[in-house]
Write a protein that binds this ligand. Structure first.
Ligand code: C2O
Ligand code: CU
Length: 503
């Protein structure tokens, strides 16, 4: 990866052009004039007083939590395999950050990488100038530079952070951000965070090499034919369709460990354990289950739902679920199977007594049991988005181009995109139509939308192949917000656009 510039031909130059500096002076160009009705106002940039005013209005605890986060090349032991990668604080995943809702989080990012980087705080409805999108909300942080992030953390829940620069997400740069709710009526005894991740760095091709190969050769599929049309079929066996990812990974990890040397969560039988599951993968959805246990889902993307009991659930890239289990007596496999891939699974162990450690290849029957659907998820009253007709509908057409060398939203790759304009205070509907054979975990920055038939609050949602899905949000966080596919390769090949507040 060359420092800062990215591979030749990336939209980075154009992205820099799009940078809305503190003065908010630059112009969002947009592509060819669209057919959509455009708002005529000028964009509210990250330095706009409206952003600071929104931040000042957030309720705070008055407490400040300060951390230093060093991004640097690191040599890490995945459990028998030692690899060179990039990491925060020399570990994979990086050091967890834990705060209370309403705290001010101050993080000094020290960039000791041989490349530029940024940190994005995934899922937080934070102030726009701290969102970490290079060229849109801040300049990238160059090698040997540092940047001070500082913002009020608005909502409790399970979040995470990662770079928003090139395909750095597919290295070891990722960590959990846990926001506690001081008032929560907690119905569990202990908790554990499980970070699921697809791993190639140091075992197979580097993420930069994989990305370069895709830009060059696409998906190697040739033209679309009838066989490929079939891949769009979703079924109970293939809930995301047949083609779920582009990358074959040598390994999948839970909390940075290979299944041959898994992380163990030790507890006592009868204890209620809250697991916070985070899919930090770049190109892999996971099907998760715990042998011998049912999962009571309590939170989706950090926000509370009416508890629902399932055997298994799917996490697209960027999605999180909190589940509570009552621990049985023994040693149980906690398995994350790469959905739709033949790669080896990821494994962790829940242990409450002695007994053999589950095999690396353990495949509990729960994986084929009752699977969570979005229709199962009902937000608790306090976080439900009040019913309201949308003031504005914005259409997003998702498609592949050039045999997979580019992925587009509304016919354009990021940099040539026409921003999706909104005004503060509006109820906005994002109507996404997937015209491709792959699912896309679509993520909206700075907002938690209402989705699914029952309005679950989420920030990332799987849009199935050849299907449509709408989400509604309240436009209450002015700024320029990325909307993109959380398959990092799709995103970097263009599948990103901007939700642009104008005034
Ligand atoms: Cu996990 Cu654009 O983010
Ligand atoms: Cu995608």
């Amino acid at each position: 990866m060359s420092a800062d510039a990215g591979p030749p031909g990336t939209p980075l130059t154009r992205r820099r052009f799009l940078w809305l500096g503190a003065a908010g002076a630059a112009v969002v160009g947009g592509g060819a004039a669209g057919t959509r009705l455009l708002l005529s106002g000028s964009p509210i940039g990250p330095g706009d007083p409206a952003v600071a005013a929104t931040e000042a209005a957030r309720s705070t605890t008055g407490r400040v939590v300060s951390r230093e986060l060093r991004a640097a090349p690191a040599t890490v032991d995945l459990g028998g395999r030692v690899v060179d990668t990039w990491a925060y604080g020399d570990s994979v995943p990086g050091p967890q950050i834990r705060v209370n809702a309403g705290d001010e989080l101050r993080v000094r990012l020290v960039n000791d990488l041989p490349d530029s980087t940024t940190v994005h705080w995934h899922g937080l409805s934070l102030r726009n100038d701290m969102d970490g999108v290079p060229g849109l909300t801040m300049p990238s942080v160059g090698a040997a530079e540092s940047f001070d992030y500082s913002f009020v953390v608005p909502d409790p829940g399970t979040f995470w952070f990662h770079p928003h620069f090139a395909v750095q997400l597919d290295t070891g740069l990722q960590a959990a951000l846990i926001v506690e709710d001081p008032d929560e009526q907690a119905d569990y005894d202990v908790e554990a965070v499980l970070v699921l991740d697809d791993w190639t760095d140091g075992l197979g091709d580097s993420p930069a090499e994989i990305f370069a190969g895709m830009r060059e050769n696409g998906m190697d599929m040739g033209g679309m034919d009838m066989a490929e049309m079939d891949m769009a079929e979703v079924s109970a066996a293939e809930p995301l369709g047949a083609d779920t990812g582009d990358v074959v990974y040598p390994a999948h990890l839970i909390n940075g460990r290979l299944p041959s040397a898994p992380v163990t969560v030790a507890s006592q039988a009868g204890r209620r354990i809250r697991f916070r599951l985070i899919n930090a993968g770049s190109d892999t959805a996971y099907r998760f289950a715990i042998g011998g246990h049912r999962l009571t889902v309590t939170h989706a993307d950090g926000f509370p739902v009416l508890p629902v009991e399932v055997d298994t659930l799917l996490l697209g890239m960027g999605e999180r679920y909190d589940v509570v289990v009552t621990a049985g007596d023994g040693a149980f496999p906690m398995v994350a199977v790469p959905e739709g891939k033949d790669d080896p699974s990821a494994l962790a162990v829940l242990r409450t007594s002695s007994g053999p450690t589950p095999a690396a290849s353990a495949r509990p029957g729960e994986l084929d049991g009752r699977m969570l659907t979005y229709a199962d998820l009902v937000p608790v009253d306090q976080v439900a988005l009040p019913a309201r007709e949308p003031d504005r509908q914005l259409d997003l057409l998702l498609e592949m181009a050039d045999g997979g060398r580019r992925w587009l939203i509304n016919g354009a790759a990021y940099g040539d995109h026409e921003p999706l304009t909104v005004e503060a205070g509006e109820r906005v509907r994002l109507a996404m139509s997937n015209h491709s054979m792959m699912f896309h975990p679509m993520h909206v920055h700075g907002h938690t939308f209402a989705a699914g038939p029952r309005g679950v609050r989420k920030d990332t949602i799987n849009v199935l192949p050849m299907r449509s899905l709408s989400v509604d949000l309240h436009a209450d966080n002015p700024g320029q917000w990325l909307v993109h596919c959380h398959n990092v390769y799709h995103g970097e090949l263009g599948m990103m656009t901007v939700l642009s507040y104008v005034a």
